[in-house]
Design a protein around this ligand. Structure first.
Ligand code: ARG
Length: 636
């Protein structure tokens, strides 16, 4: 079978069959797949029509299949040694081992097969049987045009849209958000944007911590400070004052005070427990006071979330489960899923295969109070009712993994959610100080999220002045740029690490305008923007792509890898893969810009093509930075 490329639209559509037909249905042109054990493998990869690597893998796989070899050996990767080729396939080695044949002979046969496709400019063999490939320029151009005509660069073609609930942010009433919430917010928001980009239905819920013992502690602490407030009159059923009796600043002092008192004073702790229970049971005064605490806390955290560009479709909290909780507790009891253990209601979640001890999930303590796990379990049931999610992702500190494992097991045991739905704890490591230990203030206290953001913006102000930007921009624009640079710095630094790794918070490094930093990626985009603006001013037209230099080819190859980056990032909940992609892109762009004239190019067709390539690159960099939550200013 000879595969010819004839169409100007999407050449691969000719090669890539049978898109939806099974091989036994009708006359399928790829009879080579019939009876082939790895047919399902090929079917899987050829569906992904817009990923160049998958297309090539499918094609090379066909050649392996023709030689009665497993097509999965046709896996093609981008070549790390561009002087040898753009792509490589090392499958001949594995195939030879399996078939007990000579790898070089197999590779030679595959190369002959591939030559017949007419799609390659260059095919060569290296070492014991590595196949190096260079695509025809026309094909590369068509491919890049095709993905660039798609708003998502072809990344969504193979993605089946899902309903995804993202639980992230997770602030607590009265406690200022701290460094731990930084990662939850930054990673969570980028996953939210990633799923929106993929076309999923995304529900983002902040899941406020607003229903545990800290609430009772605060109520009692406020009572000690202001005993005359109407909230403490037993029997007063309201209405209560519309204004909050405590400001957010007061609350933030009251919380550590209450927490300290609870540790020292057992009696106080007991009254706090009672107050928590009464609050949960609907005590009118406590509820009214609690609502004020919640409202001022929500307004305060909105400032942090706005600074970080985080969006929530739901501002729910643990307390929203209060009405559902008794229903759930009753059902668990009825169905024999929960049991009494030393007065507490628990769900056993240990399994025979457990290597570590798996304690039961406590639903209700002996005093009747519900726990963090109870609210999380009830939240799963409510999310199932409200949204029927395919996936719920919890972007929460990795140190809470035991908690989530217990909750998820209880949810499975109690059929709280459809069996098919995925529940996943997307954990992350800690942000450390230069001493390698979790970041603390100088006096050993908790570092507030706001101060981290402010410090980053402050550092960015210094950096933009050092870069001479203050000569070119007025104060407002300079401040806008510094804010964007500061936020980009902490976001990129956070997201570029594999999320389970800890990292050291080092603003000086994060704000540098070179290397793997947010400000640098952002600056690369701004430079392209300003070049395109200049081209516009000079009336220079964009035109069809032509290829004249390797730097252009390499840039196109980098552009072609977006679908892989996006899909792998979503699959592994790994925004760092998007950071890697955008970094590779800006690097290739630099080489291109170094090797190729754009505005100064004399040949009109070449210049027009390069302008098109610049515009495509800019759009892709901005798209990825947007997913990472990084805003690019118009100028800097
Ligand atoms: N409020 C919690 C904390 O500060 C995080 C909540 C995470 N989400 C959840 N569904 N448990 O640690």
């Amino acid at each position: 079978m000879v595969l010819f490329w004839k169409t100007a639209v999407n050449p691969w559509r000719l090669l890539i069959f049978p898109l939806d037909k099974s091989p036994t249905e009708g006359a399928s042109p790829n009879s080579i797949f019939n009876g082939c054990p790895s047919y399902s493998f090929i079917r899987k990869i050829i569906r992904v029509t817009t990923s160049l690597l998958n297309q090539l893998s499918a094609l090379v796989g066909q050649s392996f299949a023709k030689c009665d070899l497993d097509p999965s050996f046709g896996k093609v990767v981008i070549s790390q040694r561009r002087e040898l080729g753009q792509f490589q396939c090392n499958g001949a080695l594995g195939a030879a081992k399996k078939a007990k044949k000579n790898p070089r002979e197999i590779a030679e046969t595959i190369v002959t097969e591939l030559e017949n496709t007419g799609l390659f400019r260059d095919l060569s063999l290296a070492g014991p049987g590595f196949i190096n490939m260079r695509l025809n320029d026309d094909f590369l151009i068509k491919h890049i045009e095709m993905i660039s005509n798609d708003p998502a660069f072809g990344a969504t073609d193979s993605h089946k849209a899902e309903t995804v609930v993202l639980d992230f942010g997770g602030p607590n009433v009265a406690k200022a958000m701290h460094v731990g919430h930084l990662r939850a917010t930054i990673i969570g928001e980028s996953l939210r944007r990633l799923h929106v980009f993929l076309g999923d239905k995304v529900i983002s819920d902040v899941h406020f911590g607003d229903w545990g013992l800290p609430m009772g502690m605060l109520i009692k602490e406020i009572e000690l400070a202001k005993p005359d407030l109407p909230y403490f009159d037993e029997g007063n059923s309201g209405p209560f004052p519309a204004d909050s009796p405590v400001s957010v600043d007061e609350l933030q002092l009251l919380y550590p005070a209450a927490s300290g008192r609870s540790k020292e004073d057992a009696e106080f702790l007991e009254t706090a427990r009672e107050a928590t229970f009464k609050l949960q049971q609907g005590h009118a005064g406590y509820r009214a006071l609690w609502q004020h605490m919640l409202d001022v806390s929500v307004s305060e955290t909105k400032i942090d979330f706005d600074l970080l560009g985080a969006h929530f479709t739901e501002w729910k909290g643990e307390a929203d489960t209060n009405d559902h909780m008794p229903v759930m507790l009753e059902r668990f009891k009825e169905e024999g899923l929960s049991e009494l253990s030393e007065g507490a209601v628990v769900v056993h979640v240990a399994q025979d295969t457990d290597k570590k001890e798996m304690p039961p999930l406590i639903l209700q303590k002996s005093d009747g109070a519900v726990m963090y796990g109870t609210t999380d379990l009830a939240t799963i049931e409510m999310r199932e009712q409200d949204h029927k999610p395919d996936t719920i992702l919890y972007v929460v500190d990795g140190r809470q993994s035991l908690h989530f494992e217990q909750v998820f097991r209880a949810a499975r045991k109690g059929h709280s959610i459809s069996n098919a739905a995925k529940l996943e704890h997307v954990g992350f490591g800690t942000v450390n100080g230069k001493d390698g230990k979790p970041l603390k203030t100088r006096d050993g206290g908790v570092v507030r999220l706001r101060s981290l953001i402010e410090d980053a913006i402050e550092e960015a102000r210094k950096v933009v002045v050092e870069a001479g930007l203050n000569d070119r921009f007025d104060a407002d624009e300079l401040e806008n740029i510094a804010t964007k640079v500061g936020v980009a710095a902490i976001k990129y630094a956070d997201l570029s690490n594999p999320r389970m790794s800890n990292y050291i918070f080092d603003l000086e490094r994060f704000t540098k305008f070179e290397g793997r930093t947010g400000p640098y990626q952002m600056y690369a985009a701004v430079r392209i923007k300003s070049m395109l603006r200049k081209a516009d001013e000079q009336g220079l037209a964009h035109g069809p792509l032509v290829l004249t230099a390797d730097a252009e080819r390499n840039l196109m190859l980098a552009l072609s890898l977006l679908p892989e980056a996006v899909l792998a990032a979503a699959d592994k909940n790994a925004p760092n893969l998007l950071c890697d992609h955008v970094y590779a892109l800006t690097q290739e762009f630099n080489s291109f810009y170094h090797d190729c004239h754009v505005l100064g190019e004399k040949d009109e067709a070449v210049r027009a093509s390069r302008l098109t390539l610049c515009a495509m690159t800019l759009r892709q960099i901005e798209t990825v930075l947007h997913i990472l939550g990084i805003d690019v200013p118009e100028r800097m």
